[in-house]
Write a protein that binds this ligand. Sequence first.
Ligand SMILES: NC(=O)c1ccc[n+]([C@@H]2O[C@H](COP(=O)([O-])OP(=O)(O)OC[C@H]3O[C@@H](n4cnc5c(N)ncnc54)[C@H](O)[C@@H]3O)[C@@H](O)[C@H]2O)c1
Length: 384
Amino acid sequence: MANAAGLDAFKEIHETEKKAAGKKLKVGIIGTGWIAECHAECYQKMDDVEIVALADLIPGKAQAFAERFGITGARIYESDEAMLAGEKELDGVSICTYNCQHAPCAIHALDAGVNVMLEKPFTVTLDEAIEVMRAEKRSGKLLTIGFQPRMSENMRMIKKIVQSGELGKVYYIQSGGGRRRGIPTPFGTSFIEKSTGGIGAVGDIGTYSLDMLLGAVGYPKPLTVTGYTSDFFGKDPDYYPGHPEYADKFGVDDFAAGFIRLEGGIILDFRISWAMNMDTPGDAIILGTKGGLRIPSTDCWNGEFDKPLTIYKTVCGEEIEYEVPLKPTKDLFFEKLRSFVDAIQTGGAPSVPSGEIVYNQAIIDGIVRSAALGKEITIDIPEV
Ligand SMILES: NC(=O)c1ccc[n+]([C@@H]2O[C@H](COP(=O)([O-])OP(=O)(O)OC[C@H]3O[C@@H](n4cnc5c(N)ncnc54)[C@H](O)[C@@H]3O)[C@@H](O)[C@H]2O)c1
């Protein structure tokens, strides 16, 4: 009878055979802007992966990228569709386009039978996310969404604490984080224009806050949302020294808040900011009937935290608090891409599945729609 050690031995032989055969996984990168650099550097560190194609809509950009990173031999294209038509042996693509091109590029790749690592946020709207999931289903290919904070042991600890029952029944979760001054324009305006970014802080860094909290409590389905968004800083020419014209281009939110009812009776109190007149909107907290958890805020929220968690409990009638020491973190970006590659090679499950992130996207979409309507809305998530 097979035992675990026997299976591990088989796995080792299998891995050795694969390496001996010299078969490298062939990947392409769609969109060669800022974040594509991290994807390229991580793939280049993997000796079983080869970057065979690069695409960018801006003529010459993918070629310059290839030269900058020494990706010799990669074929160059001027759109995702051209790449997918020209490459017949792609195992996977990293989609590193601005948000508004996430859904079309993901659908094109999945329909071409290619596995997809899609940068966060999943999409701009819930409808787009559903269309991507339909393409995932009909293709039978792998889709994972690029949330590197999930690879952190400290982030996993939040989930372990909640799932262990240490806090009792969780009934209220509150997001923290946010930035005092942090509208992302160092590399141009693709984050802040409606036609490229589509959504602002709520999608860019709000999606991380949502993932941290929803992931901890098991990703319950959102039922209703009351949302608010504003753009007071983004629309102010004085915000951008040397680039006052950015204010006219700003077409998304720089602050968002929401009150969300989740299945199972949990309330989510959400806020996020690219810019505000405050250092932080507070720490993230998880309240349960037997304990509470505080997740410390950071100066410039980017989905991770860098100070110990604190647990609050009553023991023998005494109110006590204790810290959960931070564990050392690995290269989370590398781990995110390695988990994509491993899942392709082993036929394993995606580390960040669309079936969870669609709830994250539904909340983002709900906040934006509720804010525009000025009232609470019910969230309907179509079956896929
Ligand atoms: N995970 C992270 O830590 C992290 C960090 C930064 C950005 N991001 C995400 O990565 C995405 C890209 O951000 P960025 O800062 O690199 O943007 P960017 O504007 O610097 O680069 C995007 C590139 O995609 C290209 N592009 C758009 N549509 C295309 C298409 N159909 N085919 C080929 N090329 C196309 C654009 O021409 C542009 O060069 C965003 O969705 C952002 O949210 C993630």
